[in-house]
Design a protein around this ligand. Structure first.
Ligand code: 2P0
Length: 332
């Protein structure tokens, strides 16, 4: 007999080599690979159950979600149910960080929902396959299935079976951290899905962005294997700026930065000059994440908090992969 419901938790991840552009929007297949760090302090918990007739199928933080996000989640729940031969499913999500503000909430939400969905259906799935399933909800969710440093492969196959995430380095193997400077907790203007499609279609810099990815991926793999923070940080900054340059060059431009974003960038560079080492990265929003040594996290976070436009700083450390909190574990 299958359980009534199951609950799973997943952490968000921040890409050090970014995913920006797709080779197949239907299957969420990326145009290039990407590498990320999963963060313990930014989590989403999903409880999936059989949907009652007429019941809203997606609730987040106690509220019914409507519109495009609801449709996207319903399609994903149907995909999970079809895979495991179950009736329609519903999900309740509790997220512990600002949603849709460039803090990769969709990665944590879809990774947790994929795992809870498999468990609620009493299904069996291994973690690599789970990452392919989570990818269908949101590309970056493929990476949140695993903890620590993770690589999500572009893959070559048309069916996407080889576009999966794999762990590069587990939690506890390298004492790094991220200070997340939240500069605006409001929702962003352009969601990353629409933005990356628009940028790929209209930015004259997009081919250059794609062409540079392979070098960054191989250099980042080496930097992580050698625990070379300066090298990893430098690649992450360059990769982030190249992604944003590509977006800014789109017609019309996609510009995610706010004035405090630039103030944080300037401060990070100043701090490095003073000997406090950190490297910035930004995603589809104005927040700045600063990669640093674990031992420097408090000092870096305190400095970022001094900027008036920074509303708060989240001190984040490498986090674990997806976990089942209630229900049968679908993997061994
Ligand atoms: C990343 N981002 O690698 C990049 C960098 C944002 C900037 O992955 O359309 O929500 O659901 O696959 O995963 C955000 O995009 O997009 C993202 P979909 P997703 O983290």
């Amino acid at each position: 007999m299958t359980p009534k419901s199951a609950t799973a938790r997943a952490c968000a991840n921040v890409a050090l080599v970014k995913y920006w552009g797709k080779r197949d929007p239907e299957l969420n297949l990326p145009a290039t690979g990407s590498i990320s760090l999963t963060l313990a302090e930014l989590t989403a918990t999903a409880t999936v159950a059989r949907a009652e007739a007429g019941e809203p199928r997606f609730r987040q933080d106690g509220r019914v979600v409507e519109g495009t996000p609801a449709r996207r989640m319903e399609e994903f729940l149907d995909l999970v149910a079809t895979r495991f031969g179950e009736d329609p499913l519903s999900v309740r999500v509790v997220a512990d960080f600002p949603v849709a503000a460039g803090l990769a909430s969709s990665a944590a939400i879809f990774a947790a929902t994929a795992a809870a969905g498999a468990a609620a259906c009493g299904g069996r799935i291994d973690l690599v396959d789970l990452s392919a399933l989570a990818r269908r909800g949101s590309g970056s969710a493929a990476r949140s299935v695993f903890g620590g440093f993770v690589e999500w492969s572009r893959g070559d196959r048309d069916d996407g079976a080889d576009s999966v995430a794999t762990p590069l380095q587990g939690v506890g193997e390298w004492d790094v951290a991220m200070a997340v400077a939240v500069v605006n907790e409001g929702k962003k203007d352009v969601g990353s899905r629409d933005a990356m499609e628009h940028v790929a279609r209209t930015s004259p810099l997009y081919p250059g962005w794609l062409a540079a990815q392979e070098d960054d991926l191989s250099a980042m793999r080496v930097a992580i294997a050698r625990r070379d923070l300066e090298r990893a940080g430098t690649i992450a900054e360059e990769n982030c700026l190249r992604m944003h340059a590509t977006a800014i060059a789109a017609r019309p431009p996609v510009l995610y930065w706010a004035p405090p974003t630039l103030e944080v960038i300037a401060l990070v560079r100043r701090m490095r000059g003073e000997g406090l080492r950190g490297w910035f990265t930004m995603d589809a929003g104005p927040q700045v994440k600063v990669l640093c040594a674990g031992a420097d996290l408090d000092a870096v976070a305190s400095r970022l908090a001094e900027i008036p436009g920074v509303s708060r700083v989240i001190r984040a450390r490498p986090g674990p992969g997806v976990a089942i909190l209630e229900g049968p574990c679908p993997w061994t």
